[in-house]
Design a protein around this ligand. Structure first.
Ligand SMILES: [Zn+2]
Ligand SMILES: [Zn+2]
Length: 295
């Protein structure tokens, strides 16, 4: 059991070290009962392209951040409660191999490990932690999940009207409900998606129609109000026209430390003793992966 590690000095030291790597940009992480289960670099598929991110798996949260200096300094910390997380394995697709989706209520995205074995390890450890946490707290995993955003590069035209071509002026927008890339004309409306934000978020016309048909609203509400949020003109949306949509995601930070270019190959993850996962990776034991000769 991971609990065995909870009060050990080694665990406390590791967590304190993670805290200090994030410095003032991070939240305090050392809380009673928390265990650092594992850590490593994964490639996160961001809006524009895949980027290395440092991940820390605790027994109750998943933390990740940008790498400023490997093993020394991280920033842009994100914390996702494990009870919100669901994993979904991805098939290999061209250069994108050994991946899976991390799906949560607020934010969902794809990550990729260096080898198939590492993928199996990560997924097994994360899933084990989720199971243990839900068993311990008696909570149920959340059923509402944010859509994984379709990367910009996968849509040269609007996925709703199939006509509008994206250019420097005709910008891409992401529907917060389905994750599709759509043009401004096809996403003039917003809808309240409470799991993601307290403010109404941009949705595509398809999703708006489905959402506003009342299926997700209580009957009384939808009878009184046919349109939960009134249509807005795209050009008036100050939150998206200036630094807006592009920067609403962590991934569009203007510049990362040039040193981060050193980390093109994700480093082997470390999992600390205690989190016994079923030997799912066994299928991989005879797997000869050309690049996994590090260990
Ligand atoms: Zn369109
Ligand atoms: Zn949509």
């Amino acid at each position: 059991m991971v609990d065995r590690l909870a009060n050990t000095e080694a665990n406390e030291r590791r967590i304190t070290n993670v805290e200090s790597c994030f410095g003032a940009s991070g939240q305090p992480l050392l809380v009673p009962g928390r265990v650092l289960v594992g850590e490593g670099v994964l490639t996160k598929l961001c809006r524009k392209k895949p980027k290395p991110r440092q991940f820390f798996l605790f027994n109750d949260i998943l933390v990740y951040g940008n790498i400023v200096i490997n093993k020394k300094k991280y920033n842009k910390q994100h914390i996702i409660p494990l009870e919100d997380i669901k994993l979904q394995s991805l098939d290999d697709d061209g250069n994108l191999k050994n991946g899976w989706q991390i799906i949560s209520a607020k934010k969902s995205f794809a990550v990729y490990a260096a080898t198939r074995t590492e993928k199996a390890e990560w997924m097994a450890h994360i899933n084990k932690c989720i199971q243990d946490l839900l068993a311990k707290t008696g909570k149920k995993g959340t059923t509402e999940h944010a859509a994984v955003w379709v990367p910009d590069s996968e849509a040269s035209t609007c996925m709703h009207c199939f006509k509008s071509k994206f250019t420097a002026l005709n910008r891409r927008h992401h529907c917060r409900k389905c994750g599709g890339v759509v043009c401004g004309n096809c996403s003039t409306k917003k809808f309240l998606l409470p799991a993601q934000s307290s403010k109404p978020l941009r949705v595509c016309d398809n999703c708006y129609n489905v959402l506003s048909s009342g299926k997700t609203q209580s009957d009384q509400e939808s009878k009184k109000k046919t349109a939960p949020t009134p249509p807005r003109k795209a050009e008036k949306e100050g939150d998206e026209t200036s630094s807006g949509e592009e920067n609403s995601d962590d991934d569009e930070a203007p510049s990362e430390n040039p040193a981060s270019s050193e980390y093109q190959v994700p480093t082997t993850p470390t999992f600390y003793q205690g989190n016994q996962v079923p030997a799912k990776g066994e299928a991989d034991s005879g797997y000869a992966e050309p690049n996994s000769n590090k260990v």
